[in-house]
Design a protein around this ligand. Structure first.
Ligand code: 9WN
Length: 445
């Protein structure tokens, strides 16, 4: 375990880090929103924008507001906030799958896809209400002057309604994900089992633009992509319908990370409602119901971690992914569950503060652990920011401080890498990655 000695530990180091993080965010700003990275991800991504706004608020509250406004302007009539909003100035071949694959404005017309902009048809975790509240809090006067929350509130409320009404496919009060891209942890070993039912399309039928920018050993495999493409194409060909006729999805999973973010954001939405003069009660009640459902449906008391539920098999997935720790972020989680999660984070599966300084994305002792490959082991900054916030919220201040310093050291030391090897801190994936810079700025504040 590397001992702390990085930029987080001196005032000069912190100043330099702040400056470098700002440079990344300025560079990745397109005028209306922020790209995760110009090469690998040249469009706007949903949960990235929420994390970016949380950092941008320290740089420009106006830009942070704009980031969320641009994203939610591409919301569909049924309430879904798409996982990608495409920039039409970017050539089609720069990212796969491109707008001509998703065909949102035609294939998604019945679901109310916008006509003025092309988007994907799937979603990502709902971090937006939490982000909107944090952006508001950064400068409440400026927020009120621009009517930021009154404009955003109906959009956020419709987004949460979509998740609650259309995505509760298991009937137990949680939102299901229908594609491994939806929980944002694309190739986590948690999806390996449920994905076995999905017939991959041949790799010869698509061209992976990601390999122009990223090392193949850091990225998902062609077999993974074959299954991602099959699932997305099938969803599109059903008009992006979630239920109703033909609504049986080959992949449907209840993910603890997504649902924990839903619960935390629902609490934030209650505060937003109160601020804009709407009733907070329904949001508080939904947040509490989500918290109960998380514990009832996904808590594994024996291991002390939340698991994914494969809805097709109606069984918990045996793999232990870092999404299972994210409920630490939820206010009102039962105290015994909080204590068990904190123990698990520091135990052999995640080694936090023991064998590693940042939580890995997957079980250190798991059979599929790979310290370099994407969501199969590397440590990610958004996830560790969420855990830092969860630890702090539940009073684990020393652990939160240590994690904050570790994340700052790794962000600075890796050139704001997309993810890092959890043991060595070595940079993986792309560099100058937006949420790494944004969340470093937030941790420095
Ligand atoms: C697919 C943009 C996104 C993140 C995801 C991350 C990765 C996309 C990809 O990049 O996914 O959505 O092309 O691999 O897994 O969490 O939002 O940064």
């Amino acid at each position: 375990l590397t001992r702390p000695h990085g930029p987080a530990h001196t005032p000069q180091g912190r100043t330099a880090l702040r400056r470098a993080a700002r440079r990344v965010l300025l560079h990745n700003w397109t005028g209306t929103s922020t790209v995760p990275s110009h090469g690998l991800y040249p469009h706007q991504w949903s949960w990235d924008s929420a994390f970016v706004a949380i950092g941008l608020r320290h740089l420009s509250v106006r830009r942070a507001q704009r980031e969320l406004e641009t994203l939610t302007a591409a919301q569909w009539g049924d309430g879904r906030v798409p996982h990608i909003v495409f920039n039409r100035a970017v050539p089609l071949g720069a990212y796969f799958p491109s707008p001509d694959f998703w065909r949102s404005s035609t294939a998604g017309a019945a679901a109310g896809a916008p006509q003025e902009v092309e988007t994907s048809g799937i979603v990502q975790p709902p971090v937006h209400a939490l982000a909107a509240w944090l952006v508001h809090e950064a400068d409440p006067a400026a927020s009120r002057r621009r009517g930021f929350l009154p404009r955003l509130y109906p959009r956020l409320a419709a987004w949460h309604r979509y998740l609650a009404d259309r995505r509760d496919l298991g009937g137990g009060g949680l939102a299901a994900v229908l594609h491994p891209w939806e929980p944002g942890m694309d190739n986590s070993p948690c999806w390996d089992g449920p994905l076995q039912r999905v017939e991959p399309v041949p790799a010869s039928t698509f061209r992976r633009a990601d390999l122009d920018h990223g090392a193949a050993s850091d990225r998902p495999t062609d077999l993974d992509y074959g299954r991602y493409v099959r699932l997305a194409a099938d969803y599109r060909d059903r008009g992006y319908r979630d239920g109703g006729p033909g609504g049986a999805h080959a992949f449907a999973v209840e993910d603890p990370g997504t649902n924990a973010l839903f619960a935390a954001s629902e609490h934030a939405l209650a505060r937003i409602a109160a601020e804009v003069g709407a009733a907070p009660g329904p949001h508080v009640r939904r947040a509490e119901a989500l918290t109960d459902a998380l514990v009832t449906r996904l808590w594994d008391a024996q291991t002390g971690v939340f698991r994914c539920r494969d809805l097709r098999a109606d069984a918990l997935v045996p793999e232990i992914g870092v999404g299972g720790l994210i409920p630490l972020l939820v206010p009102g989680l039962p105290a015994d569950v909080v204590r068990a999660l904190v123990r698990t984070a520091a135990g052999p599966h995640f080694g936090l503060g023991d064998t590693v300084r940042m939580a890995p994305s997957y079980d250190l002792a798991g059979h599929a652990f790979d310290p370099g490959r994407y969501w199969r082991g590397p440590a990610w900054f958004n996830v560790n920011w969420l855990l830092e916030r969860g630890l702090r919220q539940h009073g684990y201040t020393d652990r939160a401080d240590a994690l904050r310093d570790a994340a700052l050291d790794a962000a600075g030391g890796s050139g704001f890498a997309e993810y890092v090897d959890p043991y060595s801190g070595e940079a993986r994936g792309t560099r100058d990655f937006s949420w790494t810079a944004a969340l470093a700025l937030d941790l420095l504040a």
